[in-house]
Design a protein around this ligand. Structure first.
Ligand SMILES: [Zn+2]
Length: 179
């Protein structure tokens, strides 16, 4: 079993539509490498499953990202958050443990609008090595990047989790839109 990473997700902001969805267009032809889950500023972000923290480091616009390896699921980058207490490289987490809090992206352009606070959720198969962010391809991410939409949808619907998870695991390495 596993659980949804944002207990206070404002689900009216669908993760399937731009600008929040995976693959949504970004500046300079880049494509969005994850799903954005809008939530109240400062609300909890929890580990979707047990795992090990691989790294905690600065991310976009004065926020941070926590990267966790979840055996059987992959590597998740929980981005645009403030790390929770005790969350640092090498720490083991349990399912549902608070790993951080929804942060506010600060637009570097003076007077530019700040986006709605969110969790930016990226999923990797875990078969790659090296930095997650790269200069390669439209996503500018490591080659084992996955579309996390099916995983997140299955986690949000616990009653359907078993069937959806089986489907996810079957399809995870055949996502044509990544190439
Ligand atoms: Zn995002």
């Amino acid at each position: 079993m596993a659980r949804f990473p944002v207990p206070n997700w404002i689900k009216t902001y669908s993760l399937r539509n731009p600008p929040r969805c995976f693959g949504a267009p970004r500046r300079g032809g880049r494509k969005h490498a994850g799903c954005d889950l809008y939530a109240p500023l400062g609300s909890d972000v929890v580990a979707i499953d047990a795992g090990k923290v691989l790294e905690v480091r600065p991310f976009y616009w004065r926020t941070f990202a926590v990267v966790i390896e979840h055996p059987g699921i992959g590597v998740v980058r929980y981005g645009e958050i403030t790390p929770g207490p005790g969350i640092s490289d090498g720490v083991r987490v349990t399912e549902g443990m608070i790993i951080g809090f929804i942060a506010q992206l600060i637009n570097p352009r003076p007077g530019g609008p700040n986006p709605h606070p969110m969790l930016h959720f990226e999923l990797y198969a875990g078969t790659g090595t090296g930095p997650l962010s790269t200069a390669d391809g439209p996503y500018q991410r490591r080659g084992d990047l996955q579309n996390p939409t099916t995983l997140l949808a299955s986690l949000f619907e616990p009653a359907k989790t078993k069937a959806n998870r089986a489907r996810l695991l079957k399809n995870r390495f055949t996502i044509a839109c990544l190439r």
